[in-house]
Design a protein around this ligand. Structure first.
Ligand code: M6R
Length: 368
């Protein structure tokens, strides 16, 4: 049932091109530059009247929400707030019927997310969930659901569910942009086209990323702490990379917005601190390079993820994991996440951890 893979997690990492493709399938008309969500409850009218997009989730699903905030605010120009469900549910909320609440959950059974959904509904918000499990409680209690079609995810660490959530949220962002007229047809068409290239790109790179992760795991599996840094879209990816590492390898890892480093975590950096830096050549590339310089001057060990052929970054890094350069970097979160999943996986294997069933964790957290 693991189809020859040593762990479900590894199988599921390798299934990502298919999972993303399945989530896109039937929902895009590339020629027309259009996104369609049949039977999801999402309509143009709903989007037109929405004043606030409210994303509520836990763990990795929350990270997907954080990525979506950057996409939706950029493309749709609606404010997006992203809440941890456990915080959302106990706050004095401002939610009303002009809000669109989107719980994001792989399992559809997470207690905090479900409670958040119910509270949002009580405040009059429409609720459209993003979920991977057909008929789960969250889908039953939502006004509509956009299903991710990742297939069953067995490994406790979320991998293909995350990138499938990203795919669903990416499409949702484009649907909203169309409904609000904030992106024209040509722009939407281009964004669909580049998204459709992603599964193939991942397929091409998986083996190389995996080999890199194996090499690096020999060198880095014994360090007690890791820091992950990114900016913009790559900040949530840094959080996700750190979460993967800590949950399956039990190494302490923190994800940080790179610009926040000087406000505290920089004090931790010395020659024993590997710092994973997400450094594509986007609009904050130069800023990220300055952060790398700061790490280097404290003798931190720089492991970078950056674009193929980036010699400058290579020189500044102890190790570089290469990621393909794409025409539109809005799809980068798909590409930068997967090497981090593989790195966490190989480090955990190297440390002899039970990758699919990490200690103290359950696949779905149905209690508070
Ligand atoms: O099923 P859900 O997406 O609601 O689960 C949320 C979190 O429990 C989950 O993402 C958790 O953080 C994963 N173990 C992370 O890999």
């Amino acid at each position: 049932e693991k189809a020859g893979y040593k762990h479900f997690m590894l199988k599921e990492i390798y299934e990502q091109p298919q999972a993303i493709l399945n989530t896109l399938r039937g929902r895009v008309l590339p020629e027309e530059g259009e996104v369609i969500f049949e039977e999801s409850g999402i309509t143009q009218d709903l989007i037109k009247k929405t004043k606030m997009v409210n994303l509520v989730a836990c763990g990795t699903s929350w990270h997907a929400g954080l990525v979506a905030k950057y996409w939706i605010e950029k493309w749709v120009r609606i404010p997006v707030q992203v809440d941890l469900a456990s915080e959302f549910r106990y706050r004095d909320l401002l939610v009303d019927d002009s809000w669109l609440t989107i719980p994001i959950s792989q399992s559809g059974e997470t207690a905090d997310t479900l409670a958040g959904l119910r509270i949002a509904k009580d405040h009059g918000s429409t609720v459209i969930s993003i979920c991977n499990v057909v008929g789960s409680t969250i889908t039953r209690e939502s006004d509509g659901t956009i299903y991710t079609h990742a297939g069953p995810e067995i490994g406790v660490a979320s991998t293909k569910a995350f990138t499938s959530q990203l795919a669903a949220l990416y499409l949702l962002g484009l649907f909203m942009a169309k409904a609000r007229g904030t992106l024209d047809q040509k722009a939407i068409k281009e964004k669909i086209d580049v998204m459709l290239e992603v599964p193939g790109l991942i397929e091409e790179e998986l083996k190389a990323w995996h080999n890199r992760a194996k090499d690096l795991s020999c060198e880095f599996s014994q360090y007690p702490n890791f820091l992950y840094l990114g900016r913009g879209l790559h900040f949530p990816v840094a959080l996700e990379g750190a979460l993967k590492l800590k949950e399956i390898s039990y190494i302490h890892a923190e994800g940080y917005a790179a610009g926040e480093m000087k406000h505290g975590p920089i004090a931790l950096i010395d020659k024993n601190m590997p710092v994973v830096c997400l450094a594509p050549q986007d609009h904050v590339y130069e800023k990220l390079l300055s952060n790398i310089e700061e790490v280097r001057s404290r003798r931190g060990i720089v492991i970078s993820l950056g674009e193929k052929g980036d010699e400058k970054l290579k020189k500044l890094s102890k190790e570089l994991i290469e990621v393909p350069k794409v025409d539109d970097r809005d799809v980068n979160p798909f590409l930068y996440t997967i090497p981090l999943q593989l790195l966490a996986y190989e480090i955990a294997v190297q440390r002899g951890c039970d990758v699919d069933q990490p200690r103290n964790l359950a696949k779905s957290v149905t209690v508070e």
